[in-house]
Design a protein around this ligand. Structure first.
Ligand SMILES: *[C@@H]1O[C@H](CO)[C@@H](O)[C@H](O)[C@H]1NC(C)=O
Ligand SMILES: *[C@@H]1O[C@H](CO)[C@@H](O)[C@H](O)[C@H]1NC(C)=O
Ligand SMILES: *[C@@H]1O[C@H](CO)[C@@H](O)[C@H](O)[C@H]1NC(C)=O
Ligand SMILES: *[C@@H]1O[C@H](CO)[C@@H](O)[C@H](O)[C@H]1NC(C)=O
Ligand SMILES: *[C@@H]1O[C@H](CO)[C@@H](O)[C@H](O)[C@H]1NC(C)=O
Ligand SMILES: *[C@@H]1O[C@H](CO)[C@@H](O)[C@H](O)[C@H]1NC(C)=O
Ligand SMILES: *[C@@H]1O[C@H](CO)[C@@H](O)[C@H](O)[C@H]1NC(C)=O
Ligand SMILES: *[C@@H]1O[C@H](CO)[C@@H](O)[C@H](O)[C@H]1NC(C)=O
Length: 285
């Protein structure tokens, strides 16, 4: 097991080196270029026109420098079981392999819980995530585990979030500890932010007025940036992965997120009708 991990690590380093050596302008030992593969449910999915969809993936990809790869395999209604049976997990692993072969430093995000919680206890999801981490490493990718994005339902419409995802966040954190993977505490950060801005401001990011799970365009941009900021802070691109930081900063949005200020002031595109959404710019939020 340890030898296999070492071999895949060496394989990954060799891929990065090969690209550097081929390119006259790149020096030996130069930082690798990042590429992203996103795996998850509808709260990761790239979608603004299908019912019960709209996640942070779009906003996250939009926070990257132009040209940085970002492929979103989030799937509406998916669990850690159905993402596999739908073929999307294999497609994501294939995409990871292809990017590794292309000399990229490939980061694969895993975020589940919203649907897993409807069918089994947290241990089932944890066992599946542990397998995913191992699979991703075996093809030379770097797994990044995220605790699930908070829903925007408040207890009695009061100041506290009804965080029924808590045990699935804990299970995800446990997998990260056991596998020494990067863990982004998205559940904790999103609960905290939503409680600071309150119910009305939180619900302006709903995909439809009564949908407290999915995000409209403003919510996608905001929570995509929250993921990007957590990743910039906690992954250690340069120090741990010899990879260039891939993000384009957005200081006003980051400041709002981390000081608990409202940023989305209009519910942009609160419709499932594509022709009412296309062309809607995410600003002013
Ligand atoms: C998101 O969906 C749009 C519209 O289908 C597409 O143009 C874009 O490439 C997708 N982005 C990602 C990261 O998959
Ligand atoms: C975990 O994966 C298995 C298949 O390997 C599946 O039967 C099970 O439902 C999955 N658990 C969850 C919570 O999705
Ligand atoms: C993944 O790659 C394998 C090997 O090239 C191929 O047989 C398989 O069809 C691919 N799967 C998906 C879902 O793209
Ligand atoms: C909702 O409010 C009622 C009345 O104020 C209170 O008794 C109850 O405990 C609250 N429920 C929750 C889940 O906060
Ligand atoms: C809390 O969330 C759970 C699951 O989403 C839901 O079943 C329950 O009714 C919610 N409770 C309140 C007080 O909103
Ligand atoms: C855990 O991962 C970090 C960062 O990738 C690495 O520096 C460290 O050596 C790893 N620790 C163990 C025990 O594998
Ligand atoms: C929140 O919205 C409700 C319904 O529109 C309104 O009655 C209430 O005054 C608002 N609360 C705040 C703090 O703005
Ligand atoms: C979608 O919106 C367009 C523009 O407002 C409208 O013409 C069309 O009838 C709508 N389609 C549906 C299915 O509601």
């Amino acid at each position: 097991m340890k030898i296999a991990a070492l071999v895949s690590l060496l394989g990954f380093l060799a891929a990065c080196d090969t690209v550097s050596a081929k390119n006259d302008k790149k020096k030996k030992g130069e930082l690798c270029e990042a590429s992203f593969v996103l795996i998850g449910d509808s709260t990761t999915n790239n979608n603004t026109v299908t019912p019960n969809s709209g996640g942070w993936g779009n906003g996250f990809c939009a926070s990257l420098q132009p040209g940085i790869g970002c492929q979103n395999f989030g799937s509406n209604g998916a669990t850690t079981g159905t993402i596999v049976t739908r073929g999307l997990y294999e497609a994501a692993i294939n995409a990871t392999k292809a990017e590794v072969a292309d000399g990229k430093s490939v980061f694969v995000t895993l975020q589940f819980g919203h649907n897993d919680m409807k069918i089994a206890g947290p241990e089932s999801m944890a066992a599946n995530l542990t397998q995913f981490v191992s699979d991703i490493r075996s093809v030379g990718g770097h797994p990044i585990l995220l605790t699930p994005l908070s829903r925007r339902g408040f207890n009695n419409n009061s100041a506290t979030i009804n965080n029924s995802l808590g045990p699935w966040a804990d299970a995800t954190r446990g997998v990260a500890t056991q596998t020494n993977s990067t863990l982004l505490p998205l559940n904790e950060a999103s609960v905290n932010y939503l409680q600071l801005i309150g119910p009305n401001a939180s619900h302006l990011m709903n995909r439809l007025p009564a949908d407290n799970t999915h995000l409209n365009v403003g919510g996608q941009e905001l929570f995509g940036r929250m993921v990007a900021d957590l990743m910039a802070l906690l992954t250690g691109f340069e120090s741990n992965f010899a990879t260039e930081s891939p993000f384009v900063p957005n200081p006003p949005l980051s400041e709002a997120i981390w000081t608990g200020k409202q940023y989305v002031f209009h519910a942009i595109c609160p419709s499932y009708n594509a022709s009412e959404c296309i062309g809607d710019e995410p600003r002013p939020l």
